[in-house]
Design a protein. Structure first.
Length: 274
């Protein structure tokens, strides 16, 4: 099984090595409602996932499926428009295959975005939160099974998974643009059902500021591969366990889309500083 996975990664890598005009230095993963961020890319190439050997196919409507290659703020960037989730039925090893491939091609920096539910009651819908740290509650780990030493260590250290250098540069970009930025801990849950009030109370108690169903598997693989990581959550809704309101996907998508222009400006300014 693992050998099979290694072979699939190698085939996808070799296809892209022949197809891409250059090695992208920065990889962007565009989350729910943020795929429009890709429009700011001076795009050289758009490759649908289905044309890339062994890339998974997205099963959710709110996630398109294509790889964009282009320039942003003068830097060579690749962007995944559309990502995969554990709740779709993929193992976290499978859903991180595209990211593993890009790391092997030479991408050094990962910028990952998502729409998340706020647990910190100081947050408001529409806030942007830099991820300082994470908690993995998805009952899987993308590095489970045989380890490939050339890809990274058996027991990767996650004490500094989210680069403080990149967070500082992002905050600098935010100051320059007059944007307020939150910072906090992101917890990944398996989904697809949303949290109950009791689960929300639990997630707050264990120290999380925002909850979502993605990002953590990708960050684990990126750190394993030696990439520097920046994560940003758009706080789409805020879940107060004592006044719990239904969480509606349409509202989550609407809030993420409303934040898209701000996040695009911030990320563009941030990239110009890296
Ligand atoms: N919970 C889990 N995932 C989410 C939420 C939420 O409240 N909002 C957006 N993604």
């Amino acid at each position: 099984m693992a050998e099979d996975y290694f072979a699939r990664v190698e085939e996808a890598r070799s296809f892209l090595a022949q197809t891409l005009p250059y090695v992208p230095e920065i990889l962007l993963v565009l989350g729910t409602g943020l795929s429009g961020l890709g429009r700011s890319l001076k795009s050289e190439l758009v490759i649908p996932y289905r044309e890339i050997p062994h890339f998974p196919v997205s099963t959710v409507e709110s996630h398109a499926g294509e790889l964009l290659i282009g320039e942003l703020a003068g830097r060579r960037v690749a962007a995944f428009r559309g990502r995969f989730h554990y709740y779709e039925g993929y193992s976290t090893r499978e859903l991180t295959l595209p990211l593993r491939v890009m790391s092997l091609l030479g991408a050094r920096i990962l910028i990952v975005s998502n729409a998340a539910g706020g647990l910190n009651l100081e947050f408001c819908p529409g806030d942007l939160m830099l991820i300082r740290d994470h908690i993995n509650l998805i009952p899987d780990n993308p590095l489970r099974g045989p380890n490939r030493e050339e890809w990274g260590p058996r027991f990767p250290d996650l004490s500094r998974a989210y680069s403080s250098r990149l967070r500082e540069l992002f905050r600098e970009a935010a100051r320059e643009l007059g944007e307020e930025i939150r910072e906090g801990v992101y917890v990944a849950v398996p989904g697809p059902s949303l949290e109950t009030p009791a689960e929300t109370r639990f997630l707050r108690l264990i120290g999380a500021d925002a909850v979502g169903m993605s990002t953590v598997p990708e960050v684990i693989v990126a750190v394993h591969a030696g990439m520097e990581v920046l994560g940003v959550s758009v706080i789409a809704n805020v879940n107060d366990p004592d006044h719990f309101q239904p969480i509606l996907l349409e509202e989550v998508i609407a809030q993420a889309q409303a934040a898209e222009a701000r996040l695009t400006r911030l990320i563009t300014r941030f990239i110009s500083k890296i």
